[in-house]
Design a protein around this ligand. Structure first.
Ligand code: SF4
Length: 353
């Protein structure tokens, strides 16, 4: 059973005092409206605060209310999201906005189990939205908070599920304490903030930590050793050949409905594998495109989570018209035709030659 090394009545005021003096001025903190907190929490999954801030502000200008987001076309939303990556977040946010409008009259549900039924909302995000926007005494267990408590409580096991489960139980108990529950909005943000600004992943700033005197890892000299690294999934490498077929400033693009990781995006016609001497036949079989392959361009690599994608661009021209129903001529990124950032990388690489 995990326990604080000092009474909660001492821990909470120290943490909250530090937060009041050191918190960053972030746009979603000025107005804890559930929709704003929700959008920020989804953007912050897998993405750093400094990257999220300009996207958040732009997104809120495009979709100021949950109703605006629910009514928007998915392709527009993907375009607004372009560059943030992990596009499943944007699709889930869109579907969840539609459900919130249809089922709850545009109000994010206050009930934890109802919130969990929305696409893209797991325990962490539901806890964050309900505690930060509505002041519900629910815990948040993001990577910053996990790291902070792993050190503060000196948890030496590696971060397997059982430890995360124990930490979650500990936090449920902690936020139900009266001195925390009445300030849960600030308490949860203070934990995230201290994890992000002080108890940093590689270089914890123990000298400026308000809880250093009671931190068990600090006392034991383990602050840089914990948390023990988790074994990461190995990176998988893939090769794709893409055909760049230009007409003026426009390119022939097709919409991907096949694969989950780029689904819904417009892409250059693409086949799996590196270029072979039979490339023209492969494009004909896969896409029905009758191509003349003219020249190869430099390889462009792109990481999507654990996948390393190697794109081999070839410049090509059409020998006969492309099948109309599956292709379009457009400038990549034009409104209504969202493209992944790998397309932009390829075009930038071509221009720089
Ligand atoms: S003393 Fe150091 S290791 Fe402990 S919580 Fe503070 S920053 Fe983290």
């Amino acid at each position: 059973m995990l326990q604080l090394p000092i009474p909660v009545t001492e821990f909470a005021p120290r943490l909250l005092g530090w937060y009041r003096d050191n918190k960053r001025d972030l746009p979603w903190r000025n107005d804890p409206d559930p929709y704003r907190v929700w959008v920020s929490e989804i953007m912050l999954q897998q993405t750093q605060v400094k990257t999220v801030v300009p996207y958040f502000e732009k997104f809120l200008r495009s979709y100021p209310t949950v109703e605006d987001l629910a009514r928007a076309e998915e392709s527009e939303i993907l375009s607004s999201w372009s560059g943030l990556g992990y596009y499943r977040r944007a699709r889930n946010l869109h579907r969840a906005a539609q459900m919130v409008c249809e089922r709850y009259g545009g109000e994010f549900p206050r009930d934890f189990s109802q919130a969990l039924k929305l696409p893209g909302i797991g325990h962490y995000t539901a806890g964050a939205i309900l505690s930060l926007a509505h002041g519900e005494p629910l815990p948040i267990l993001d990577s910053n908070i996990t790291r902070f408590f792993t050190r503060y409580l000196k948890i030496e096991d590696d971060l397997e599920r059982t430890i995360v489960g124990k930490l979650r139980k500990f936090l449920v108990q902690l936020v139900s304490e009266t001195s925390v529950a009445k300030n849960v909005r600030d308490f949860n943000q203070a934990l995230m903030e201290i994890g992000s600004l002080v108890c940093k992943p590689r270089n914890p700033q123990c000298a400026s930590c308000p809880l250093a005197a009671s931190c068990l890892a600090n006392r034991a000299g383990l602050q840089k050793t914990l948390p023990r690294p988790r074994t990461r999934p190995s990176v998988q490498e893939f090769h794709h050949t893409v055909a760049l077929i230009a007409k003026g400033e426009k390119y022939l693009l097709t919409q991907n409905w096949e694969e989950t990781f780029l689904r819904g995006f417009w892409e250059f016609p693409r086949v799996q594998g590196q270029p072979t001497p039979h490339l023209a036949e492969t494009f004909l079989k896969t896409h029905g495109l009758d191509l003349k392959i003219r020249k190869r361009a430099a390889i462009v690599t792109h990481r999507i989570t654990f996948r390393k994608l190697n794109f081999h661009p070839v410049l090509a021209s059409l020998q006969s018209p492309a099948p109309r129903q599956r292709f379009t001529w457009t400038r990549p990124g034009e409104k209504g035709y969202p493209v992944s950032s790998y397309i932009k990388k390829i075009l930038r690489s071509l221009k720089s030659r």
